[in-house]
Design a protein around this ligand. Structure first.
Ligand code: GDP
Length: 298
């Protein structure tokens, strides 16, 4: 929790400072609610989630007979946890072997880094892992993945030439033969507006299903938290194209936009499997709503 708190310190600093005025503001009245509303709206929470939270906080205040601004804090904490709880759906990989995870996202979101972190995470759970170097566009991507593979001591399937779909197909064949538990398939970064590349990634998904019917078992979008509200459009576009089953929200340590989780749950609630709170291999954590909110507000 200490590490998470540290990782979320930017959001906590900004949000916390703004909320000090609200929580320290004496008696609960309309002015205080207005103040709370403007804090939430300026913290990437989004309009729909802000309205939902305010209503929920008001209900709690009257239900619990709260009078003092300081008591608003627990009401807000509880409301936030309730709001984002639906995103807390841990990834269960036990139903398939190999369990194939296809990683997608825009360039620089943290795909390759997250794959490295996930490789360690799964190994720590006693699972065998294989990486597929499916980002065949970016020159350094393969080397970067090999590096993560070396660090974690896991096999990386790569090709000299060939496309993403072929690399993923190969990797799955190999994972089946070697009875590997988890395949993490990297793919090239792309913007949802690059329609030809969006068609290409749909093809990669179809080829993965050919290699192992039913796969990929997880289509995971890696999202950069520093883009704030723009993250919503990315979730929608990738979800429409591929049918997302999970999210990784990265770089929460580098931004004060941690409130964006509230907007995600209102606009397109895809399970938030992991959050990235730093560049090192241990800075990836399964998302839990309570832990997250407490790290923000405590
Ligand atoms: P890709 O293009 O999506 O594969 O992105 P990379 O994995 O290469 O990551 C891009 C940059 O973001 C690298 O410098 C990473 O170290 C950095 N990065 C990734 N995840 C995090 C995170 O959770 N926190 C921070 N601070 N940096 C991150």
């Amino acid at each position: 929790t200490q590490r998470l708190k540290l990782g979320l310190s930017k959001t906590r600093d900004v949000l916390g400072k703004k909320l000090l005025g609200v929580f320290g503001g004496g008696k609960i009245d309309e002015d205080l609610y207005e103040e709370l509303e403007s804090v939430l709206l300026t913290s990437d929470v989004g309009v729909a989630a802000t309205m939902h939270l305010l209503e929920n906080v008001r209900d709690k205040v009257s239900l619990r007979g709260l009078k003092d601004g300081a008591e608003l804090k627990t009401a807000l904490t509880d409301s936030l946890v309730e709001l984002i709880k639906p995103l807390e759906v841990p990834l269960d990989t036990s139903n398939h072997q190999p369990f194939v995870i296809m990683m997608v996202g825009v360039n620089g979101a943290g795909k390759t880094t997250s794959i490295g972190k996930l490789a360690k995470y799964f190994q720590q759970q006693g699972k065998s892992v294989m990486l597929a170097a499916g980002d065949t566009f970016r020159a350094a991507a393969k080397e970067q993945l090999m590096e993560w593979g070396k660090r974690n001591n896991v096999t990386v399937i790569a090709q000299q030439s060939g496309d993403s779909a072929a690399v993923c197909y190969d990797a799955i064949q190999s994972a089946i033969a070697r009875k590997i538990d988890i395949v993490l398939a990297d793919t090239a970064g792309r913007l949802p507006t690059q329609l030809n590349l969006m068609e290409e990634i749909k093809k990669v998904k179809r080829v993965i299903d050919k290699a192992l019917p039913g796969a990929p078992h997880e289509v995971m979008l890696v999202l950069d938290a520093t883009i704030g509200q723009n993250a919503i459009n990315q979730v929608k576009a990738f979800d429409d194209a591929l049918g997302l089953t999970g999210l990784v929200l990265t770089k929460l340590d580098g931004t004060a936009k941690g409130g964006v989780i509230c907007a995600i749950v209102k606009e397109r609630p895809v399970a938030l499997r992991f959050i990235g709170v730093g560049e090192s291999i241990d800075d990836l954590r399964p998302f839990t709503a309570k832990e997250y909110v407490e790290a923000l507000l405590d």
